[in-house]
Design a protein around this ligand. Structure first.
Ligand code: ACK
Length: 991
């Protein structure tokens, strides 16, 4: 054995040690001492074995003895390090085993093994062809016992064959070039207490520099005030559902829950706790409100300062007490300022009209700090001398009402004529009744009157008239006498005569014939003297005559005319209102809804065709005849069953049409004993498919309806459905191939949306793949969404919907549009990039709906380009008009294909932060900061450029980052925006 190959190991060890020092994998101890370590947001790893940290011999078992050899080398600090090496490259049939000591599993079901090794390039070794290998194998054996002496080789389970990404040559040894390989593998479904690892060399020249075994866990974290404990990740890619418990002084609002992903990251926070009353949320804890502050609502995050005229003297107050003389009404929120009763109203103005009065006033100068000032009117009737008053009693009317007036105005009617009244206008507000202080009011005194009705009784002669008097009607006080004032009209009031009578009529003599006189009358009662009534004009006759005129008749006529006009106005108004109503109904039509209305017969739009729904045909068989070709059953040869559909078997076979080449086809048949509706629905799919002609839509060859079984014949897609195809070929395609598939699907969907066809069940399981990896949209069944799809679940509205693929508006109120198809397309993108992973993993449908509503979106699948995940997020915009159209998606994907470098930057799940999961935490060094922003690859760049303290990075610019060798724009942006946060928050980094 020669050790000429040891040099590269030593060269690499320095670098390895250096990076080891910078690596911040929190160990178990660290986690115990600090429950909320900075790894809070990233996954934590718990190391089960680290060969680099062994102080003495590793004590691993090597057999045969001339195989693997343990060698101690010194790192640059002269600390001995254990490595295992083997290099029997000249001898044939090597089978050298190296078995580790027993590694306890520590509760993990899935562990990771990170090995660092160097490997010699066989081509650089003379005379070894045929014997030299460039790979080795890694195995494990599960056991509950840690002291097994011998484990037969055939008991080990193979993990993988490990090949070097980089092997070194003699030249590298001379140049001391680092060629260290790092590989990580994992073992799932461990169930025994521990396991052994083994490395099998079959003739390579290897130095095993370090072996680290670890598992991942989701670290203790507090989210939405719920504490989620350290959780070991599940087996395979399963999510572990974890229930959170509310932190001290908080209460559960909606059961908090999160999922621990296989990567050790927390996903999908749902539900939350709130700080209880009197406590506020600060740094993920609930802290008491300080004196002078309070918190009265559970859903308020923070304590608020006591509102005006209130105070709190204690910690954790749930409300503030009002100052003396101030009150809080029963319905007032705790956040309202304390208030007091208003001052009295002022500036009253009263306008008396006979026995009614309009009173107006100005609102109180001090409203008491409230907006709910109202007014009460209190009425007193007073003696003529003015002093003695008594309550008015009933019979008086207040318009709009007497108590609780919100406007400073009231009309009071039905007062007694010739009476003195005093009205107290009182101002009140919501706290008036809580105050024991005096009422706040202003008094208004008025005296009523009433006009006497005058009736022309007789115009007996050309020089006299007889007038009769009526009223005042409502006065209880007897009329003492009537006073008549009259004058010639053309002389105005300069020359008038006053006559008085105690009787209810009066004859006025001595008038000029053929002359117009003006009469006005007033009454005197014991209550006082009234006002003159309106002017009455009478013309004496030129000859003696008898005439009776009742002015009330004129009034009646006027009322009839006015009533007619009002009726007319009412009718006209009704007419307009009903007209508006019709207009409104028409305007309510949703333009989107138009798409859902299909017309019989093909509608040609310029440059596009509109799909015709088979249900618009009275005879569905006619739709089949119109859109699907009838195939003679003798041209079909069925070869084998390939699956089962909703209506029967799916077979593959061949179709040979006259004067056409034989082609492979898929044959869907309708099982025997079908109902007529099933036949209609089965053939409905053919009527739909037959209308499409596009390279990314499954092509209908024809139907067999004239004999049984009824069949639908389509082109054959060699690779079957996309979801199972991807699962079968996990990780085997280049990004460009995946984008090519997605581009095809988007192009098919663009065609469908241009034809106004809404698919409603776009999912990888409904895409078929042919031998050239061309993807085609399929599954156009009529009852598809209701019956066929195993993913479809009943919604609260009774419909059956594939929840995980469906846009929120379609789930909530069945708003299926091309925009909801775009949402589903985003999910298909995610399925494609994760090679058929189930969207939202094992989460329940209810949790998915809730999480989406709370803003959660699927993280990027492993190794997914940033730009593709961004496109997915665009498809999952809550507002459907914000989502891209299929045409735009096709253009975007075309650009990616033309410029593949746009796909270089990967957004793997650990670097992408769900915006929901953003949180600030403390960093104390440049390394910690770069780790927090997931930019550890640049630690060395910063150190080399001399940026070793956090202060020193605060003012970095784009150009400085470029100079340091950080050239990716996305990374520059991320670092600079984090620097802005550092500036704003000190050492609190918001990620
Ligand atoms: O995933 P698969 O292999 O692809 O299993 C299902 C099964 O039939 C039931 O639908 C397959 N299938 C359906 N249509 C076609 C087709 N045109 N070409 C090939 N396979 C098809 C589908």
């Amino acid at each position: 054995m020669s050790f000429w190959w040891i040099y590269p190991v030593l060269v690499t060890l320095c670098t390895l040690f250096y990076s080891q020092a910078l690596r911040t994998y929190p160990s178990n101890e660290v986690m115990k001492s600090d429950a909320l370590h900075p790894c809070v947001l990233t996954s934590c790893t718990v190391t089960l074995l680290d060969s680099m940290s062994a102080l003495g011999d590793l004590g691993w078992v090597a057999y045969p003895p001339e195989g693997w050899e343990e060698i101690s080398v010194m790192d640059e600090r002269n600390t001995p390090m254990r490595t295992y090496q083997v290099c029997n490259v000249l001898e044939v049939n090597q089978n050298n085993w190296l078995r580790t000591s027993w590694i306890p599993r520590g509760g993990a079901q899935r562990v990771y093994i990170e090995i660092k090794f160097t490997l010699r390039d066989c081509n650089s070794l003379p005379g070894v062809s045929g014997t030299c290998k460039e790979t080795f194998n890694m195995y494990y054996f599960e056991s509950n016992y840690g002291n097994l002496q011998h484990i037969p080789e055939n008991q080990f389970i193979k993990i993988d064959t490990i090949a070097a990404d980089e092997s070194f040559t003699q030249v590298d040894v001379g140049d001391r070039v680092m060629k260290l390989n790092t590989e990580v593998r994992d073992i799932s479904n461990l169930y025994k207490k521990g396991f052994y690892l083994a490395f099998q060399d079959v003739g390579a020249c290897i130095a095993l520099v370090s072996v680290r075994v670890f598992y991942k866990k989701c670290p203790t974290t507090i989210r939405n005030l719920a504490l989620f404990p350290d959780t070991v990740t599940g087996r395979d890619s399963a999510l572990v559902e974890v229930k959170g418990s509310c932190v001290n002084n908080s209460v559960e609002f909606d059961a908090p829950k999160m999922y621990c992903s296989a990567d050790g990251g927390w996903l999908v926070p749902i539900g939350r706790c709130f700080c209880k009353l009197g406590y506020e949320e600060k740094k993920n804890r609930c802290q008491p409100c300080l004196p002078g502050y309070y918190k009265a609502l559970l859903t308020d995050a923070l304590c608020a300062m006591c509102p005006a005229h209130s105070f709190s003297l204690q910690d954790s107050s749930t409300e503030c007490t009002c100052e003396k003389g101030f009150y809080r009404a029963e319905m007032d929120p705790k956040s309202a300022a304390c208030s007091r009763p208003p001052s009295a109203p002022h500036n009253p103005i009263s306008t008396v009209n006979e026995t009614s009065v309009i009173m107006e006033w100005s609102p109180p100068e001090d409203s008491g700090g409230r907006k709910d000032v109202t007014y009460n009117i209190h009425c007193r009737r007073c003696q003529p001398e003015g002093q003695k008053c008594s309550p008015c009693g009933s019979g008086i009317h207040y318009i709009p009402w007497q108590f609780g007036l919100s406007h400073p105005r009231v009309l009071i009617t039905d007062l007694l004529p010739y009476t003195n009244y005093t009205f107290d206008i009182e101002a009140l507000n919501g706290v008036s009744e809580l105050s024991s202080g005096p009422k706040q009011f202003i008094s208004v005194k008025i005296t009523t009157s009433q006009v006497v009705n005058v009736i022309l009784k007789e115009r007996k002669s050309k020089d006299s008239v007889t007038l009769a008097f009526q009223g005042p009607e409502k006065t209880k006080d007897a009329v003492v006498e009537y006073e008549v004032i009259y004058y010639e009209k053309n002389q105005k009031e300069q020359n008038y005569t006053i006559l008085k009578t105690k009787s209810t009529f009066m004859t006025v003599d001595g008038l000029k014939p053929g002359t117009t006189y003006v009469f006005r009358v007033r009454a005197h009662t014991v209550g006082g003297q009234g006002i003159y009534g309106g002017e009455i004009e009478l013309e004496t006759s030129t000859e003696d005559m008898i005439a009776i005129t009742d002015p009330n008749q004129i009034t009646i006529l006027a009322i009839s005319v006015a009533g007619g006009i009002i009726l007319l106005i009412f009718l006209v108004t009704c007419f307009f209102v009903s007209g508006r109503h019709c207009g409104y109904i028409k305007a309510k039509q949703d333009p989107d809804e138009d798409k859902m209305h299909f017309q019989h017969g093909r509608v040609k739009l310029p440059g596009s065709r509109t799909y015709i729904h088979p249900h618009t045909y009275e005879d569905p068989n006619q739709a089949v005849r119109d859109f699907a070709k009838e195939i003679d059953v003798s041209s079909i040869r069925i070869e084998r069953v390939i699956g089962a559909g909703e209506f029967g078997e799916v077979c593959s076979g061949r179709l040979k049409l006259p004067s056409k080449r034989e082609i492979c086809v898929a044959i869907k048949s309708l099982k025997v004993g079908y109902a007529e509706k099933q036949r209609r629905d089965f053939l409905g799919e053919a009527s739909i498919m037959g209308q499409f002609d596009h390279p990314n839509i499954i092509r209908l060859e024809g139907v067999v309806t004239k004999c049984k079984p009824v069949m639908i014949i389509t082109e054959y897609m060699e690779n079957g459905s996309l979801d199972s195809f991807l699962k079968k070929h996990d990780g085997q395609f280049t990004v460009i191939q995946l984008v090519g598939m997605l581009r095809g699907i988007a192009s098919g969907m663009k065609y469908l949306s241009d034809m106004n066809y809404v698919h409603r069940d776009l999912a990888a399981r409904n895409i078929l793949v042919n031998s050239n990896l061309v993807c085609k949209v399929s599954d156009f069944g009529l009852s598809r969404v209701l019956e066929d799809d195993p993913e479809a679940a009943y919604t609260t509205r009774g419909g059956k919907i594939p929840i995980r693929w469906t846009a929120p508006e379609a789930i909530a109120y069945r708003k299926f549009t091309s925009a909801s198809d775009v949402w589903s397309y985003g999910i298909v993108m995610w399925e494609v990039n994760s090679y058929g992973e189930r969207p939202y993993w094992e989460m329940s449908n209810q949790d998915v709906i809730k999480a989406i509503d709370e803003g959660y979106r699927l993280p990027p699948p492993m190794d997914c380009p940033v730009v593709l995940h961004q496109l997915m997020l665009d498809c999952w915009q809550k507002c459907r008009s914000d989502r891209p159209k299929f045409g735009q998606i096709v253009n975007i994907l075309d650009k990616f294909i033309r410029t593949p470098s746009t796909l270089n930057e990967l957004a793997n799940s650990s670097t992408w932060q769900d915006p929901n999961m953003q949180e600030a935490f403390t960093v104390t060094s440049v390394e910690e900061w770069l780790e927090a922003v997931k930019m550890t690859q640049y630690i060395e760049h910063f150190t080399m450029a001399g940026y070793v303290t956090l202060d020193s990075v605060l003012y970095l610019s784009n150009s400085e980052l470029t100079k340091m060798g950080i050239t990716l724009t996305g990374h520059q942006k991320k670092i600079l925006s984090s620097i802005q946060n550092l500036q704003a928050l000190g050492t609190h980094v918001q990620i």
